[in-house]
Design a binder for this molecule. Structure first.
Ligand code: FE2
Length: 411
């Protein structure tokens, strides 16, 4: 090889090495795009409202690339969103803003029963050299002027005379059914939507949550109407099941929590697995006996609290009911052993369940239950209107037809 060729080869090797080094420091491989072009951060799914309360709510959304994010909030007072600088709320992970594709921003110190507009923003991480150098791209937000859609939601209001909600359960990733059941919830002027478990059959990736129901929820209602979600037994399963609480954070940071809306106090509970924890299909990973034991101790404190006792109406949300037409599996037996004695003496007005994939309305006393239990099927939604005197329940099928109707008078 001639000296000229050796020099040329060395130059090529040097160029190649510097290209590899440059690419390795980039957060995103440019791929087919020009080398100076980075993906634009976009909302991949959401937003949706979690952990709503009288004075706060949490906005959650997913972006297509890792970003830092924030939310700006304005009262729904008729002013232009751009009339003035709006307060910014950031996600804080122990005092540091996380770079992530899933964003949780808690908005607090709000007024009860008040509607707020909000705007979500994200900035992609373009270059990550650790503490030496981090470069973020330009900010992107949902643009009200461009899309004409303003995200807005309302805080809960304990002083209101009514509480209205819609519940779905056991969707098992059947997105088309989910869409048909929830397509009109925005029009119905409800306060929140309940996901009462088994929305997927297992969670192998968070994309399954998107494809199974959350993309549709985002398009149909979730930027506007808070979601209260509880796990069914199936949400305990799959490689990405650990991410469930990141997608549906709660006010307690546990999969069980409470909230108050209008006259009703709601206890949202975690049913655990249906089979014993040592079942071969749980691969030694299931500890739901422990979660139910801990939850029973928490439940005792809840029913002893002034907030619970002073509420005119008391509702329990629990995926697995304490009832089966046949013999009971382990999870159900544990619910009967641990939860029912506490609930039966607490003055509960109604339990809402799913799991059985068929409709049942259990009058008080059907199965050692001191309160009625509504078990919604996997093909219907439940619409509820609750005031101090009565609980009005309608079971509606995917065609919008009311198939069952119940009126429960409060004692
Ligand atoms: Fe289930």
């Amino acid at each position: 090889m001639t000296p000229k060729k050796i020099l040329l080869l060395n130059l090529l090797l040097l160029l190649n090495a510097s290209l590899i080094e440059a690419q390795s420091t980039l957060q995103y491989s440019p791929g087919t795009e020009p080398s100076n072009s980075f993906p634009k951060p976009r909302i991949a799914c959401g937003p949706w409202i979690q952990a709503a309360g009288e004075t706060e709510f949490t906005v959650v959304w997913e972006t297509n690339v890792p970003c830092i994010s924030w939310v700006e909030v304005a009262p729904d007072d008729g002013t232009n969103f751009y009339a003035t600088e709006r307060p910014k709320y950031y996600e804080s992970r122990y005092g540091r803003r996380p770079v992530s594709t899933l964003h949780h921003v808690r908005i607090k110190d709000l007024q009860g029963g008040t509607r707020y507009r909000y705007r979500v923003f994200q900035q992609a991480l373009l270059l990550d050299e650790g503490n030496k150098r981090m470069i973020f791209g330009e900010a992107y937000g949902n643009d009200f002027n461009f899309t004409k859609i303003e995200f807005k939601t309302k805080t809960l209001d304990p002083s209101r005379s009514e509480s209205r909600f819609t519940m779905v359960n056991d969707i098992h990733g059947e997105d088309s059914l989910f869409r048909r059941l929830t397509k009109d919830v925005v029009k119905e002027k409800i306060d929140f939507v309940i996901f009462n478990g088994d929305m997927l059959s297992q969670i192998e990736s968070t994309q399954q949550i998107v494809d199974g129901y959350m993309k549709s929820a985002s398009e149909l209602f979730s930027p506007f109407i808070p979601i209260f979600a509880v796990r069914g037994n199936h949400e305990h399963r799959g490689s990405a099941s650990y991410d469930y609480m990141r997608w549906f954070p709660t006010s307690t940071n546990e999969p069980y929590y409470t909230f108050r809306d209008g006259p009703a106090f709601y206890i949202a509970m975690d049913c655990g697995e249906d089979k014993p924890d040592n079942d071969i299909r749980y691969y030694g990973l299931s500890l739901t006996d422990q979660v139910r034991e801990e939850q029973a101790e928490w439940l005792k404190q809840v029913v002893a609290s002034d907030e619970f006792k002073s509420a005119p109406v008391k509702i329990v949300i629990l995926h697995i009911p304490p009832y089966s037409k046949g013999t009971q599996w382990h999870g159900m037996r544990e619910i009967n052993r641990l939860f029912m004695p506490i609930l039966n003496s607490a003055g509960i007005d109604l339990m809402l369940s799913g799991h059985l994939h068929s409709h049942h309305y259990l009058e008080k006393g059907t199965t050692d239950n001191n309160f009625p239990i509504l078990i919604n099927s996997n093909k219907t939604r439940l619409d509820a209107i609750i005031d101090k005197e009565r609980i009005n329940l309608k079971i509606v099928d995917a065609d919008g037809k009311i198939v069952h109707n119940y009126l429960i008078k409060n004692d």
